[in-house]
Design a protein around this ligand. Structure first.
Ligand code: TRP
Length: 432
């Protein structure tokens, strides 16, 4: 069965709060355990640069967010977890897409239009303070998704338009350069309907922009408790019944409790539980789930080099997928090596370069070897000499599986060929 590739990005600005945990992190970690899903989660740190020009905050936030996701149970062995800025193919693809994206499409982006409208309302120049980064934001996001050919993209409602734009741009590129070949899967937005939106301290949706958040790990149990104590309630006295439908405490409680506990908590409120006691019980319920994660978080954040290793390993996995696709795309738009005869006419069917092949043969001294040659027959990798065809065959199988190091002892690269080119060729076998 072919797995569904699910991909989502986390913009690395700010410090994660309880609303992020319940609304995004926890469901994403749960979804990543589904065996039919091939999950890609990444830190959208290029996107963060659009909103923030303070290097220290950029650095801090990506570390905190990486540690948060790992502490929340994301298993980097199972999912591909990486930083956007470690994948050079993403900005490269961004440019290829930029060149086929209609300016008019970008003019319609909600985030850009909102900034223009705000400027006009304040009698400013319509483009005041608007960078090209903000303007082109949806193209970078399209590249994030398309470089891995993700099928499903879990996002909030505010991002649906961006996914539609990614589809538009992908379809246009496919049409222009693919002929009958589809380079890109058209991605679909995945909107989680049942995921809870948490109320913040003032009862409105918990959000950094309302300054009403309860931190997830920052400040420890102490700050969690103090923040919960600051949730706005009404003036009903202890003993007076409180409507569980219309208060933030019950909604927050429900996000961390099972059905039975939730019913009991609501009943206690209706029966006149004091606000102070209600907050104490809420704190205990939340902390029960968060405390073990917080402990892992503190261990992780104290060892940034370990997080770096995890992210580097994730980036290597991701690049192994991105690099061959980008090669194909460069080829398709005409950014080709000058090795093959140059054609002046547009050809749509040559967009997929011919498959490389392994040729096994017997040396004159009776030993066995192989060559890996590209679609045009040029030597990429010369194999070592083996006593039996079986030994040579086993080496070929390992190389085709895509995880063997090369050149091994006795192997050598073809003239003018670099390891990257061999790696790209080998990747073709992995995909096939
Ligand atoms: N723009 C998204 C947000 O603010 C983050 C993001 C960047 C993203 N690249 C993405 C989400 C690719 C999904 C897919 O929430």
């Amino acid at each position: 069965m072919r797995k569904t590739r699910v991909l989502t990005g986390i913009t690395t600005t700010g410090t994660p709060h309880l609303g992020n945990y319940v609304g995004a992190i926890r469901p994403a970690v749960e979804a990543s355990l589904d065996a039919s899903v091939d999950a890609f989660y990444f830190l959208a740190d290029y996107h963060a640069l659009i909103k923030c020009d303070d290097p220290a905050r950029i650095e801090r936030s990506r570390l905190e967010i990486a540690a948060t996701w790992l502490a929340a149970g994301l298993n980097p062995e199972r999912v591909t977890f990486y930083r956007q800025s470690d994948i050079p193919q993403i900005p490269e693809l961004t440019w290829l897409l930029t060149c086929v994206t209609a300016k008019g499409l970008m003019n319609r982006a909600h985030a850009y239009k909102a900034s223009v409208d705000a400027n006009i309302a304040q009698d400013e120049d319509p483009d005041a303070g608007i960078t090209m980064g903000l303007y082109s934001y949806p193209i970078l996001m399209a590249a994030d998704i398309l470089i891995f050919n993700a099928h499903k993209v879990p996002v909030g409602r505010d991002q649906i338009q961006h996914i539609e734009m990614a589809r538009d741009v992908a379809a246009r590129f496919n049409h222009l350069f693919g002929g009958s070949h589809e380079f890109f899967v058209l991605p679909e937005a995945l909107i989680e309907e049942q995921v809870a939106t948490l109320p913040g301290l003032d009862g409105r949706k918990m959000s950094k922009s309302y300054d009403n958040t309860i931190p997830l790990f920052e400040g420890g149990a102490r700050l969690l408790k103090d923040s919960i104590a600051r949730i706005v309630t009404d003036s009903r006295a202890p003993g007076e019944p409180k409507d569980p439908e219309s208060n933030a405490l019950a909604t927050l409680y429900q996000a961390f409790a099972d059905a039975e506990d939730t019913v009991a908590y609501r009943a206690a409120l209706s029966a006149g539980l004091s606000w102070g006691e209600a907050k104490q019980r809420l704190f205990q319920k939340v902390d029960e789930q968060i405390a073990p994660l917080r402990e892992r978080y503190e261990t992780l954040i104290a060892r940034p080099a370990d997080i770096e290793d995890v992210l580097q390993a994730g980036a290597a996995k991701a690049r192994a997928i991105a690099a061959p696709l980008l090669e194909e795309l460069r080829e398709a738009v005409g950014l080709r090596r000058f090795r093959a005869p140059v054609t002046t006419t547009r050809s749509n069917d040559s967009s997929e370069p011919a498959m490389p092949v392994f040729k096994q043969y017997r040396e004159s001294d009776g030993r066995f070897s192989f060559k890996l040659v590209d679609g045009e027959g040029s030597l990429l990798l010369q194999g070592a000499q083996y006593p039996s065809p079986r030994d040579a065959g086993q080496r070929i199988v390992a190389l085709k599986a895509g995880d063997a190091a090369f050149p091994a002892d006795g192997e050598s690269l073809g003239d003018g060929v670099d390891a990257e080119a061999v790696s790209v060729a080998l990747q073709r076998f992995v995909e096939d």
